[in-house]
Every structure is written in C-alpha cells, then in structure tokens.
Design a protein around this ligand. Structure first.
Ligand code: M6R
Length: 608
C-alpha cells in the first residue's frame, strides 16, 4: 500500500527520494509524488502511474534541495489521479504533507475547514492534514503537527515540511509504520526499511502516538503529550543486495529459489538433534505458561492464514493442544470463548497487516496471551505480542508471498515439536522430526531443479480459464494456497478445495478444459486422493499430480506429474507448495503479467 520516504541531510534529496520510492514499488501503488525544499521554495511534482512517470514528468527540471518528502499512493479516498497523489498542500503552499492510513473524521473536518473558506484541491482524506497543520502553525512545526494529531481520528504515518521552516521534517505515527534511519550524511524516515537500507542499517522505530523532528544533525522523538522520548538505535540485518534481482527476472522467482536458505534460516541455531527438541529463544519469556497451554488460536490473513491452517494439523499431530485458525478479518466478529491460558499466534510477513493487528488487540482485551511469528523485525505485530519467533528470511519484495510461507510452516513445526516434546511426544519421534527438518533444504533444492519441467506444464495449461486445486489434511491448505498464488499473479480463476468436498459441488465443473492440481503425496490420505483423481479422469479432466518421488502408480493415472522427495507426512506441505508457486509464476509469465506487482494488490495491507 502507500509508501513514505523522507530525507534531510547534506546530499541532494531528489535522487535519494526517487531511489527510495523505487524500493517501495513492491508495496503496490497507483501514483507518486515528491516535494523538495531548498530553504526558500519547494519543488513539487506528482504523477499518475509508476515512478518512471514521475521521473519523466520531472525530466530535466533542476531540483536543488537537501530536504524532501516523497510518497507512493494506493487509492482509498478518491480515484487514482495526479490531483489525488501526495504530497498535499495548504492553500498558501507552505505546508506539504504525505500520509499513509485513513483519516476517519475527514468529512467533518473538511466541512469545518470549508466553512472557514478553505478550498480543497483533491478528494483525499489527507488534504485535511495539510490545511489543519497550516492553521495550527505559529512558529513550531512539531507543535502544529501535535495539535493536528489531537484533531484527527483514524490512522496515520505522516511526514511534513514547511516552506518557512528550512532543513526540518516532522513525522508522526498512529497505526501506520514509520521508521527513522540515521546516517552521517543525514536522516531518513520511511514506512519500510527497504527505502533506506542502501544508505543506513541504523534505525529507530517510532511508536504509535509519537512524533519525531529530523534535521541534518539530529533527531528527537516525543509523545503526543510533548513528553521527550529516548529510544535506542537498532541495526537491521537486511542488506541492500537483498532487495536486488541478482539476475532473476522477477522477485517472485528469486524468492521461490531462496527457499532452501530461508527454511534453513528459520531453523538456524534452533535445533537440538540429540534431544529431539527445538530451542526457540524468542518464546522464553512466556515459556512457563505456554508449556501448560491447551488451547491455541492462530490468526492471520491470506497466505499467512493458509500457513496457519497447515499449522493447525501439525499441532494436532504433535501436541495435545486444541488449535483453531481464524481469518484475522473475521476474528473480531466471532464470539470466541478463550479457556484460561489461551495463546493467540499471529502470523504475518509484514507485521503490519491491519486486520491481524486488530485481531490481536481484540484477543488481548479478552485476556488471551499473544505470540507472533513475524518476518519484519520491530514491526507493529512484533512489538504488540508478548513474545515470538522471527522468520529471518530477509525482505520479501514480490507481492505474492512465497518464501515466507515455507518459513512460517517451518517455525510452526518447531513450535509444535517443542510443545509436543513437553507433552506426549517421544524422544524417538522428536529425533525423527529434527532429522527430517534438516533434510528439507536439500529436498527443496531437488524440487527447484524441476523448474523447467514445471514451466513446460504451465505452458501446456496457462490458457485454461479455470483451475482446481485439491488436497486433503496437511495438503488441503496447500490446495487453497496454490489456487491463491495462481489467481494473484496470473489472474486465472482458481479454486482450492478439500478433495473430499469435490463430490459435493465442484465436480460439476470438471471438463477437458479445466486442469486440476491434485496434491497426492504418499501419506494416509493417498488412497482417497487416488479415488478423487479417478473421478476427475473419468470425466476427462486433465490432472497434474504433485506426488512422492518413485510413485509409479500415479503416473499411470494422470496427465502430468511433479515429484517431491519423501518426507514425514506433516512436512509434505513445505515441499508440495513449491511446484504450486512455480506453476503460478510460469503461467503468469506466459500471460505477460506484472508478476511482482499484480493489479490491485498491495504487499502490506494496512487498512482493514
Ligand atoms: O504481511 P502478512 O503476512 O500479514 O500479509 C497477509 C496477506 O496480506 C498476504 O499473505 C497476501 O495474501 C499475499 N498477497 C499472498 O501472496
């Protein structure tokens, strides 16, 4: 969704801001803009479409200035257009504001401002901020922003410059992430570290209802009540090259191919092979309660939700805990009873998904304990949960989540194994699990080695308008994830179903034009999957099976087979999802889709 990048320092701001915006492109956006101040005037440019449109518009115009703010917008209030792109200005063209989030009382504020004679130039909620800050400004820009924070309801990560206040940027947050970046050449603020990681690894996380003032030499943080805050500096582990394509045509493909390493990273330092027990340092603060826990609710959205669904089956297999999985967006509408010592596990790549944040806040209100499995260090979900485990998977840039899914499955398995070993799981089972986990990176490599074969299958079927994905038990969520991946990046309609449900409806769709991906590894669901495959074949539906290496029987039945190495039944999803990711990728590639930035989608969904 929207992205923010700001710089005040010794260097020219324009190239830093344009480069920062490019690093934020993966979040999804429809327009972009910037404002750069040179101490006297403000250069101000906006464009509909991609950053290249903004660059084209700026062309050879000389923009000098070492203080600037820039934004990518994903429309919420008002159509995507240049007029609605950020920054927004007040009437006197002194105040320039960029904003992520939603100002919920903007209609009331707008009406009041209009009565005072303010003329609005856009349809956005953000524009009220520019006018309010201008009205609240006397001499101190930070104070004007603080007063404005008291007038608005809703969520914001915002940044402001004032034509008459040179060399100074004020930023504030409530509900939308904002991170400060510190370097010897100046200071940054961004909604996402990737926008500044080329310049600095030293960051400070702003928290809700805080403001910060940045100058070339200094930064200071204070609360909405003007109380000064000292916050320690953190070092982010992401490297600039993590956000480069490194020879891959798309980030999605690069991230699919990173999975041997990211699964390894999810386990690094966390396995005790001899004891058959993982070590998870991040949950030590809650361990005494967690080990007694008998009820877990996993909350998440999208791909993270499907990882949670697999997690439910894994916990049921390895522990004595009752597990439910809830879509975070529905969680608040349920009337759930939490037995004492219920733990909520929030799964989130970004750690900023608004629905997941809202779900954990609601769960906390009801007395549940909170754990997070999060990729982005220092993100809101990481901070608002009591304890948790980081993925350490590096930035995921492709909008379609891939490497985080397998990393989440790995961590959920470690957590289930840890609890299980303190409950009913034997040493032998624990040792066997760890041995199988250690084999995963090599096994993922062998699935990836079939990329050309999978590409050829995609070439055969990419023109089909509808696909069906079927799986049972551990692989039922993989059917749903496989369908989601295909929809997201290729725009082909796909349904993910529990194979047992096929006869209750979807079988009506089967015909020679609709391919079915059948997840049929050798496990206790195998015979039932074989029956489903035969039902499809007898109706002349093409079947692509994802099956265990050496399964000759299935080859006789289906049109195409993608083999995955044999592993424990509950680890099959980590291998089985990879062919699904590759099928989606290659179909999208044959259809010339914008794979890393599919239409209408945003990487981090920060509105409910
Ligand atoms: O950052 P999160 O894991 O909380 O994001 C959740 C979903 O928005 C995300 O998985 C989304 O469904 C992706 N586009 C899936 O590829």
């Amino acid at each position: 969704m929207c992205g923010i990048v700001c710089y005040v320092g010794r260097r020219q701001a324009k190239p830093i801001l344009l480069d920062g915006l490019k690093q934020l492109e993966y979040r999804g956006y429809d327009s972009a803009g910037l404002a750069v101040a040179d101490g006297q005037s403000v250069a101000y440019h906006r464009a509909l479409g991609k950053i290249v449109e903004l660059e084209r518009k700026i062309g050879d115009i000389e923009i000098n200035g070492t203080t600037g703010i820039a934004h990518t917008r994903w429309a919420t209030h008002g159509e995507p257009s240049e007029r609605n792109a950020h920054p927004h200005r007040d009437m006197d063209e002194n105040v320039y504001v960029i904003h992520n989030g939603i100002i919920e009382n903007f209609h009331i504020l707008k009406r009041k401002l209009e009565k005072k004679g303010v003329r609005f130039r856009s349809e956005t909620d953000t524009e009220v901020l520019a006018h309010l800050i201008a009205q609240n400004f006397e001499e101190d820009l930070e104070e004007a922003v603080r007063r404005t924070m008291g007038q608005v309801e809703g969520t914001f990560g915002l940044a402001v410059i004032h034509r008459k206040v040179p060399g100074r940027i004020v930023v504030a947050r409530r509900g939308s992430p904002l991170i400060l970046g510190l370097s010897k050449d100046g200071h940054f603020a961004a909604s996402d570290v990737s926008a500044m990681v080329r310049h600095t690894n030293e960051v400070v996380h702003l928290q809700d209802n805080e403001l910060a003032t940045l100058t070339v030499e200094d930064f200071s943080i204070s609360t909405a009540q003007a109380k000064h805050i000292e916050r320690s500096i953190e070092t982010v582990e992401w490297r600039a090259e993590d956000a480069e394509l490194n020879g891959f045509p798309h980030f999605m493909l690069k991230e699919i191919f990173e999975q041997p390493e990211t699964v390894e990273n999810a386990m690094r330092g966390r396995l005790e092979p001899g004891e058959g027990v993982p070590k998870l340092g991040g949950i030590v603060p809650v361990w005494e309660s967690l080990k007694e826990c008998r009820h877990i609710v996993i909350v998440a959205c999208g791909t993270s939700y499907y990882a949670g669904c697999v997690g439910m089956y894994v916990f049921e297999k390895l522990t004595e805990v009752d597990v439910e999985v809830e879509l975070a967006s529905e969680f608040r509408y349920r009337k759930l009873n939490f037995p004492a010592n219920t733990f909520i596990i929030a799964l989130s790549q970004s750690g900023e998904t608004a629905d997941t944040l809202a779900a954990i806040r609601e769960a906390k209100r009801k007395g549940a304990r909170l754990l997070g499995i999060v990729n982005v260090v220092g993100s809101s979900i990481a901070r608002e949960t009591e304890a948790g485990v980081y993925n350490h998977a590096g930035p995921e840039i492709g909008v379609a989540s891939t490497k985080i899914f397998t990393s989440q499955l790995t961590i959920l398995t470690l957590l289930a194994l840890l609890l299980g070993r303190h409950q009913n799981l034997s040493l032998t089972e624990g040792v066997e699990a760890i041995r199988a986990l250690q084999e995963l990176p090599g096994q993922i490599r062998s699935v990836l080695a079939q990329a050309n074969h999978i590409e050829a299958i995609a070439q055969k079927y990419y023109s089909a308008n509808n696909w069906l994905f079927l799986g049972r038990k551990f692989n039922y969520p993989i059917a749903m994830e496989g369908a989601l991946k295909l929809k997201e990046v290729s725009y082909i309609h796909a349904e993910g179903y529990a194979a047992g449900e096929m006869k209750h409806g979807p079988i009506a769709l089967i015909n020679p034009e609709m391919p079915t991906v059948a997840l049929a590894p050798l496990d206790d669901m195998y015979e039932k999957m074989v029956s489903n495959i035969q039902e499809i074949k007898s109706r002349r539906g093409p079947v692509i099976a994802i099956a265990t290496e050496g399964d000759e029987r299935i080859k006789e039945m289906v049109d195409d087979v993608i083999e995955i190495p044999a592993t424990l039944d509950y680890l099959n999803p980590i291998l089985a999802v990879i062919p699904c990711q590759l099928l989606a990728y290659y179909c999208a590639s044959f259809l010339n889709r914008d794979i890393d930035k599919p239409r209408n989608l945003a990487k981090s969904v920060t509105v409910e």
